[in-house]
Every structure is written in structure tokens, then in C-alpha cells.
Design a protein around this ligand. Structure first.
Ligand code: GTR
Length: 429
């Protein structure tokens, strides 16, 4: 074996375990001129071909679209209402050097201590006059990863092993404290008068193809709906459902203004946030940070990740019916602009990063743009840009958008735009 070959194999062995999941396959298209042409379905044209012109006709069309996303893509969220119960697991009134009160709540998802549960970490500004608006978002590495404050309990659900020792035998370790802190600039957010709430996404559905057995879907039993059907919900549906249970928990806190809960998600959790915001109209504002394929990005565009690729790498995310579209996105009765339109007329923010080509920044912008006619029909200013804006030129109309310099991540720049957008649309705290 040649020395070059040996070096190559050694290199591959060294980097493979640290690669998140199969990404950037060599055959993905990154050439705009090769995207091809496509026609987007019109969100305002109902199933029978008629175009709606009046605001009053939107709710019926909205239900039609929601049904399509549930039956063909994300799977059906069960209609059975579960009633949560809350247990306070910890409280610290001088968190973040006295800026905030930190609480951990155990959310009993069926109201029952033996049933499925998730842990919600909540920071509230100590300087507040009355109930505060709150950013709610799931995290990837456990609640203990959003801050290095030692009082936060380590996540106890399954977690992907890593090479740094933050996760050993699929369980979080002390080393993971603060691991995701750059994505959660708590002090900045708190100083602006907002609360922050977060939940570890693995509490709802362990993110791997065999995760269902330990997921909330399995643990809800009959209440989870029909099992094995083509429209059975998967991981994205479960994460979205968990976001709504997070809302239920926040709505019971007297310090929280339940009319101003802002749902935010990054990447796969940005997809889940859009789906949660589409289904649950209690969220006042929804932010999809670099949500890409299956999120804000137009699926008909062959650029970066594709339906086939996402269904292959993550067979547990969507419902089985979605696999029918692996090689024929044009057969979908909708595209992702219609998911965004389900949030209308509530403010929504789509964000991209210039180097995050896998998520297709232009496709994300076009997803936002495609929702504009619905936002306008409902009397808002829609998206104030017809062409994709340049780097760091945020659009702050009811559909907000920005393209940030840099890679796939959540940065302080992103948060600064979200806080300004929330101040503008929901009022300063
Ligand atoms: C990638 C996946 C994307 C996105 C991303 C993430 O591997 O292909 O759709 O969800 O992960 O969540 O970071």
C-alpha cells in the first residue's frame, strides 16, 4: 500500500467519528445555473383550483395545507390532548451574577410521574416590570450545555457520543457544561428584558434511526395515534410537539407573558420550530435559523441537501409517505413557502448563513418570499424584498430575513437581529 493511501485512510479514520452525520455528499449540486426550473404551487389556490381573494377564505385553505403537511411530510400529530403537570426541580434567584432567576421544571408530559417527561430550563430577568416575553428553543446537547453554571442538571436522555468526552456511552458528562453556550448568549438576551427557555431535544426523541423505542411517541402509547401508518409522525413531529408542551409549561408561569412567546430553532430544530409554529398558533413569533431542506428552503430547488438525501441520512425525521417524493419533489402538493404561510399573519423570521450552502440560503430566501402573498392577503406588509438581500442587510418586515456571513451556526449577530425583530413586532419588554 502506498504511503499516500495509508495517510488517506488514517485521515478518514480520524475525522469520520467527529462528522455529525453524512453531509455534503460529493454529488450534491452547488451550482446555481444547474438548479433547473420548477413551478411553485400557489398557496392561495385551493384544492379545486379556485384562487382565494378574501381574508375570510384563508382559514379553510390553511386547514387544507396543514392537512397536506401532516399527511405527506411531517406526519400527524395526535389529536389527543395531553395535560402536563409541572414539578420544580431547582431554583436559583441569583443566576448569571444576579441578572436572572434560573429555574428547572420537570414537565410530566401526560401529567403522570411514571409517564414521559422533559426538563425545561428557564431564565427570567430579575429586572422586570410585569410578565416578560420569552424565547423558547430546543438545544442539541442538553440544558447543561447552554451555560456553564454548575447548578443545571445534566441531561439524562440519550445523546450522541463525541470525541471530547462530553458524552460517554450515550450519556452526558460534566465536560459538556457550557458546550453550546456560544449559541445561547443568555446575558445579552436577559439584559434586553427577555426570558429564555430551553429543552433538550433528545428528551422527546433520541436523534437516531432506532430512536423511536425510547421516544415520547412510543411512551405515549395509544395517545400517539396509529402506529405503522404512512402518516405516522416521526422525530420532527415529536420535537415540534415538545415545543408546544414547552409553551404549556411557560403559560403557567406568572412571570411569563404567554402572548409573547417566541419560538426559535436552529437547523433540524428550525424545521421543527416552523412545523410547531404552523400547528400551534399560540406562538407569537417563529424564528427558523438555517433550517434548510425540510425547513424554509424550497424543496423543488436542486441545491445542497435534497429530499432523497435527508430521508436517507435521517429516515426517522419525517413520515413514511414523504419518501415517495425522494426523486420527485415536483409531485409534492406543496412546497416549504406554504409551511411558512401557515404562520401568517404572525411575524416569522428566516435566517441563512452565506457559507451554509448545504441548507441552500437562496432556497430559504425563496421560501420566505413565497409566503408573502398570504401575509399580504392577511393585511401585513409581507416580505419587504423581492430580491435576495446581501450579507448583513436584514429585512425586518413581518416576514423577516437575513443572510449572515459565515458557517452553519447560531451567532451573536443572529440573536441581535432576533431581539431587534421581536422588539419591533411584539413591543419592547
Ligand atoms: C444536517 C442535515 C440538515 C440539518 C443539519 C443540522 O446533517 O442534513 O438537514 O438539519 O444536519 O441539524 O445541523
Amino acid at each position: 500500500m502506498g504511503i499516500i493511501r495509508i495517510c488517506l485512510i488514517a485521515f478518514m479514520l480520524a475525522i469520520l467519528p467527529s462528522m455529525p452525520e453524512a453531509q455534503n455528499p460529493a454529488n450534491a449540486n452547488y451550482d446555481e445555473s444547474k438548479v433547473g426550473s420548477y413551478t411553485l404551487p400557489d398557496p392561495l389556490v385551493i384544492g379545486n383550483g379556485q384562487r382565494i381573494e378574501k381574508r375570510a377564505d384563508w382559514p379553510a385553505r390553511r386547514r387544507e395545507i396543514l392537512e397536506l403537511f401532516a399527511s405527506r411530510m411531517y406526519g400527524r400529530t395526535p389529536a389527543t390532548k395531553t395535560k402536563i403537570a409541572l414539578r420544580e426541580a431547582s431554583r436559583e434567584s441569583r443566576a448569571l451574577g444576579g441578572l436572572a432567576t434560573r429555574r428547572e421544571l420537570t414537565v410530566l408530559l401526560t401529567g403522570n410521574a411514571d409517564g414521559p417527561k422533559m426538563s425545561l430550563l428557564l431564565y427570567l430577568p430579575n429586572q422586570r416590570r410585569g410578565p416578560v416575553p420569552v424565547f423558547l428553543g430546543m438545544n442539541f446537547q442538553g440544558n447543561h450545555s447552554v451555560s456553564s453554571e454548575p447548578g443545571i442538571a445534566l441531561a439524562s436522555s440519550w445523546m450522541r457520543n463525541d470525541r471530547e468526552g462530553r458524552v460517554v456511552r450515550n450519556r452526558a458528562t460534566e465536560k459538556g457544561r457550557g458546550g453550546e453556550a456560544t449559541r445561547w448568549p443568555l446575558e445579552t438576551i436577559i439584559r434586553q428584558g427577555y426570558g429564555v427557555a430551553t429543552i433538550y431535544y433528545g428528551d422527546l426523541y433520541p436523534d437516531h434511526p432506532e430512536g423511536r423505542a425510547e421516544s415520547v411517541i412510543a411512551r405515549l402509547g395509544e395517545a400517539a395515534g396509529r402506529s405503522g401508518s404512512g402518516d405516522e409522525w416521526g422525530a420532527l413531529g415529536a420535537w415540534a410537539w415538545g415545543m408546544s408542551r414547552g409553551f404549556d409549561a411557560l403559560a403557567r408561569q406568572t412571570e411569563v407573558d404567554a402572548r409573547r412567546v417566541i419560538l426559535l430553532g436552529h437547523s433540524r430544530l428550525g424545521k421543527a420550530a416552523l412545523w410547531a409554529g404552523a400547528q400551534d398558533q399560540r406562538f407569537a413569533l417563529v424564528i427558523a435559523n438555517e433550517s434548510g431542506e425540510g425547513g424554509a428552503a424550497i424543496a423543488r430547488r436542486d441545491f445542497g441537501e435534497t429530499i432523497e438525501r435527508i430521508n436517507t441520512a435521517f429516515p426517522h425525521w419525517f413520515c413514511a409517505n414523504f419518501k415517495e417524493y425522494n426523486r420527485r419533489p415536483e409531485a409534492l402538493p406543496f412546497d416549504q413557502h406554504m409551511l411558512i404561510s401557515l404562520i401568517a399573519p404572525r411575524p416569522v423570521y428566516v435566517a441563512s448563513a452565506a457559507e451554509d450552502l448545504w441548507a441552500d440560503p437562496r432556497g430559504e430566501f425563496l421560501g420566505a418570499r413565497g409566503a408573502d402573498p398570504v401575509y399580504r392577503l392577511l393585511g401585513t406588509d409581507g416580505l419587504g424584498a423581492t430580491e435576495m438581500p446581501g450579507i448583513h442587510q436584514p429585512v425586518t418586515t413581518t416576514i423577516g430575513y437575513h443572510l449572515r456571513a459565515g458557517k452553519h451556526d447560531v451567532t451573536l449577530y443572529d440573536w441581535e437581529q432576533y431581539i431587534a425583530f421581536a422588539n419591533h413586532h411584539l413591543g419592547r419588554p
